[in-house]
Write a protein that binds this ligand. Structure first.
Ligand code: GH3
Ligand code: MG
Ligand code: MG
Ligand code: MG
Length: 321
């Protein structure tokens, strides 16, 4: 792409490449200005959508993820600043930078625009190099903002989920279970906990490698997630031990679910990359139930663990209460 950039006199093709492919939405009713901007930005390898209608711009902004809006102050009788403030009012477009395009004689409107949240501006007639520079700055800011948001989301997720399987982690599950048990005081409905552990999992690792073992854990977590109710919570309790918290579930109901999980896991062999044949994995499950709002999570889990131990002693691939 460097030859194209050379044609407009920039010597920074590496840097340019890093910010190509931006999604830009142009709101402009002046066809000449619009085609100039579109041609120029397309040559810089950006994707440009064009609209002459503020309502359509708002709609597009909801549907598609844009890196930049370029908005003309004068939209053929409609007010570009009004559009800008609407873009700022919607969650999907709130943080997308806006470049305002205006005539020199309207520069007095700029202060109002900046108040509304316009990020930068261009004065007509548009100078291509200025357009390039200002777009580049805004797109860079946008990408930086996206990266920060991404990092923040990831660190928040890390606080309550297990990175390998994506299910809740032990700490979060414990707090959730304490809350669920306290709610028994109001609901008068029992809370059950299932604890399960993969049978002879060490053998999977020893035979097919740790990476295959990880894959089994992921697929197992997915199977179990699909098999429980939306308000049941699956958490990774330890290495290959998981817990399901079931609010409003009696001992019998929990046992039925445990049997269903055991069957779901064991009935269908798991295809694992790196292993020649699909692996049949079984689990042993311990079930414990409480109707006492004063019981603590650790005590209920200890009872589930004891039941799990019984299931192992009974020969595995079974459920104990
Ligand atoms: P049992 O039927 O008594 O549960 O036998 P087991 O082999 O499953 O039990 P054991 O506790 O002896 O071994 C558990 C194994 O789980 C040992 C450990 O290497 C493996 N494991 C724990 N966490 C992970 C993990 O994150 N990934 C992989 N691949 N293996 C793990
Ligand atoms: Mg074990
Ligand atoms: Mg095990
Ligand atoms: Mg174990």
């Amino acid at each position: 792409a460097s030859s194209r950039f050379d044609s407009i006199g920039t010597g920074e093709s590496d840097d340019e490449a890093a910010i190509s492919n931006a999604n830009i939405l142009l709101a402009e009713t002046n066809d000449l200005t619009a085609s100039k901007i579109i041609n120029f930005l397309t040559e810089l390898e950006h994707n440009v959508d064009h609209s002459r209608d503020p309502r359509e711009v708002i709609e597009l902004g909801q549907e598609k993820s844009y890196d930049l809006f370029i908005v003309a102050l004068d939209l053929g009788g409609e007010d570009g600043l009004r559009l800008c403030s609407q873009l700022r009012a919607h969650d999907e477009t709130r943080h997308v930078p806006i470049l305002l395009v205006l005539e020199e004689e309207n520069l007095s409107q700029l202060a109002k625009g900046l108040d509304i949240g316009v990020t930068d501006y261009l004065v007509k007639p548009i100078d291509p190099n200025e357009l390039r520079a200002r777009c580049k700055t805004q797109i860079k800011r946008r990408r930086y903002h996206d990266r920060l948001t991404d990092m923040l989301k990831k660190s928040v997720a890390l606080a309550y989920t297990d990175p390998l399987t994506g299910v809740y982690n032990r700490r979060y599950m414990n707090a959730h279970l304490d809350r669920a048990i306290m709610e028994i005081a109001e609901t008068a409905k029992p809370v059950s906990a299932l604890m399960f552990d993969i049978d002879h999992f060490k053998l999977v690792n020893d035979t097919y490698g740790h990476a295959s073992g990880d894959e089994v854990l992921k697929i197992l977590a997915k199977r179990v997630t699909d098999a429980v109710r939306d308000f049941d919570m699956l958490a990774r309790y330890g290495g290959e031990e998981f817990v399901v918290i079931m609010p409003s579930a009696s001992s019998e109901q929990a046992f039925t679910v445990a049997e269903r999980l055991r069957a779901r896991v064991g009935d269908k062999p798991i295809e694992v990359p790196g292993s020649p044949e699909a692996l049949t994995i079984t689990i042993s499950v311990g079930v414990a139930t409480t109707s006492d709002p004063m019981e603590v999570a650790d005590s209920l889990l200890a009872r589930a663990d004891t039941a799990l131990y019984d299931a192992k002693s009974m020969g595995r691939n079974c459920v104990c209460i």
